[in-house]
Design a protein around this ligand. Structure first.
Ligand code: KG4
Ligand code: ZN
Length: 340
């Protein structure tokens, strides 16, 4: 079969990214322009600023992606774009750009769910083996799912309140660290000890997660200690929080490994870059003799390479979008599979 080159676009949050992906697995060219430094001034992503910056940057990112590639627009097989979920104004910039490129160069258009992209990041350096358990941990999602095959998913559990990434960012903020907090907590926690007592997030046998109690507990603790002029041992508190959050994720994964007997596990989403989570999940998989894969760090957080990887099976199945395609701020991975 002729090689397939997909030009993929990702603008769902605060990264303007484009990639050219060969046959769903080889990254020919990748550009990620992050707005992180701008949003850090506000302690989190400001949606209006994000969409404006995507508009300003998108043609530059396209030029850069093409310049780094040996492929020209004429040789591209299809244009893929993240259309959901994410910030509406941000998604719209990518979707409109994809439609224009598809129309002008007469290439098929492929719509990709962002969470599916995070899952397919696992196909870049390894190959997803089905069935597999997948723990999806990002700034917007915390889900434990079974991927039965390319077209079938079963959601075992999800967060009933905050996502784990959101809580990493909030805890980091209250501890005075800059946005995004996840990588900062990761570093700081490695310097501390888990000496603060933490509440157990959801002490039952469901596969669901709950992190808002843990978040509120830490915010209150920091405020109370400050009011009393007590010293906050930042490294220890970061470590205590991270141990509790990661333990909770691992507890549910272990339950699923035991109950389902599935022998493959993948991590997906920004928090899968976390070194402590990777370590603990590796230990768990060794214990249960489970094959474990996680994307390379660069493909864990938002990037267009994963969108190109997720678009490839859709290209092979000739599942194309038309120009009525619109951005959607909300679409769970379950809903995406149900509507496929
Ligand atoms: O997947 P992602 O890039 O964007 C969404 O789709 O949400 O995830 C972003 C989240 C942020 O909450 C960020 O703090 C977190 O991933 N993150 C981390 C690490 N790197 C990124 N959390 C913990 N440890 C890290 N090393
Ligand atoms: Zn993401």
């Amino acid at each position: 079969m002729k090689d397939v080159y997909i030009l993929a676009i990702e603008t769902s949050c605060d990264e303007t990214s484009m990639a050219i992906v060969k046959n769903g697995r080889e990254i020919d060219s990748l550009t990620i322009l992050t707005q992180m430094d701008t949003h850090a001034n506000f302690g989190g992503v400001v949606p209006e600023i994000a969409s404006r910056m995507h508009t300003e940057n998108i043609t530059m990112v396209l030029e850069d992606t093409l310049k780094k590639s040996k492929i020209t627009m004429n040789e591209i097989s299809a244009i893929a774009v993240t259309y959901a979920p994410g910030l509406l104004g941000s998604l719209l910039v990518g979707v409109e750009c994809a439609k224009v490129l598809s129309y002008v160069y007469n290439k098929p258009l492929i719509k990709v769910n962002h969470t599916l992209g995070h899952i397919y990041a696992n196909n870049i350096n390894n190959e997803i083996k089905y069935p597999t358990l997948a723990l999806i941990v990002s700034g917007g999602h915390t889900d434990l799912v079974i991927l039965k095959n390319e077209n079938d998913i079963e959601v075992l559990g999800s967060t009933i309140d905050d996502s784990v990434g959101e809580v990493y960012d909030k805890v980091a903020r209250v501890l005075g660290m800059s946005y995004p907090g996840g990588p900062n907590i990761d570093k700081t926690a490695s310097l501390g000890s888990p000496t603060y007592e933490m509440p157990i997030p959801m002490n039952n046998d469901s596969y669901n997660f709950s992190f808002s109690g843990l978040k509120s507990y830490i915010i209150n603790l920091v405020h109370n200690e400050k009011q009393r002029n007590h010293e906050i041992r930042v490294n220890d508190l970061a470590c205590s929080f991270q141990n509790t959050a990661v333990d909770e994720l691992c507890r549910k994964v272990e339950l699923a490994l035991k109950n389902t007997g599935i022998k493959n596990l993948i991590l997906a989403g920004g928090v899968s870059a976390n070194s402590f989570l990777r370590k603990k999940i590796t230990e768990l998989c060794n214990k249960y003799k489970v094959e474990f894969h996680v994307p390379n760090i660069i493909y864990c957080t938002d990037n267009a390479a994963m969108i190109g990887a997720a678009a490839y099976p859709l290209y092979k199945a000739s599942i194309f979008a038309d120009y009525s395609l619109n951005a959607k701020s909300n679409e769970t991975i379950k809903k995406y599979f149900d509507n496929k």
